[in-house]
Design a binder for this molecule. Structure first.
Ligand code: C5P
Length: 208
């Protein structure tokens, strides 16, 4: 069984995808991490994330970079969002994601274009969303836990800018795929969001 989970940053899609993987006993791939690694590699090599050639070259990042805690930072998220607009970057990461999705037994993948590009044949598709203030609040709490004191307004502005870029890019823009179930987590606890996601997947799979 292949489960595709798409949505904007800090919508809860990562938590939901991880919980779905545990519930259904499937391997999980956070595809945002691949784009973050490319963004981080551009930064580390002093390249310009808006330059297609520099961004493409960074797709050959060392595997060890995937364990870098800096991948989770807001700065790296911004770099990731900028490198991800380049078609050459998306093409370079495509095969790896498709191979993961199509492995025997299936998988759960979360990202922006899983149900639209990577695995349109997925058995279940969720589009997870939440209001900008709800997402900013969560990101702020996460940062605080990491000991980083960032203004909530600054996080909101950053989220809005990244949403805009992800939704309006020419290649694989963020959008709800046909047949994907919408899950708005703005007013849900983590437990409620996960329970709803499991029920939606079961319903889609039963429908065939
Ligand atoms: O989900 P996360 O915030 O880690 O993703 C970082 C950035 O990577 C996103 O803002 C988006 O631009 C890009 N991305 C993408 N396609 C994916 C996953 C992430 O373009 N499948």
């Amino acid at each position: 069984m292949i489960i595709a989970v798409d949505g904007p940053t800090a919508s809860g899609k990562g938590t939901i995808a991880k919980a779905l993987a545990a519930h259904f006993g499937l391997p999980h791939l956070d595809t945002g991490l691949l784009y973050r690694a490319v963004g981080r590699q551009v930064f580390l090599t002093g390249g310009n994330p808006d330059d297609a050639d520099a961004a493409h070259a960074a797709c050959a990042f060392p595997e060890t970079l995937l364990g870098d805690p800096e991948l989770r930072s807001e700065d790296t998220g911004g770099y990731a969002s900028r490198v991800s607009v380049h078609p050459a970057v998306r093409a370079a990461l495509l095969e790896r994601q498709q191979a993961f999705a199509n492995q025997p037994g299936g998988a759960v993948l979360d990202g922006r274009d899983i149900a639209t590009v990577i695995a349109p044949h997925a058995d279940a598709k969720l589009f997870v969303t939440a209001s900008v203030p709800a997402r900013a609040m969560r990101r702020w709490a996460e940062m605080k836990q990491l000991g980083k004191d960032v203004e909530r307004a600054e996080i909101e502005a950053d989220l809005a800018e990244r949403d805009e870029r992800d939704r309006n890019r020419a290649e694989a823009p963020l959008r709800q795929a046909e047949g994907a179930a919408l899950l708005d987590t703005s007013n849900l606890t983590k437990e409620m969001a996960v329970a709803t996601a499991i029920a939606l997947v079961e319903k889609q799979v039963a429908r065939g």
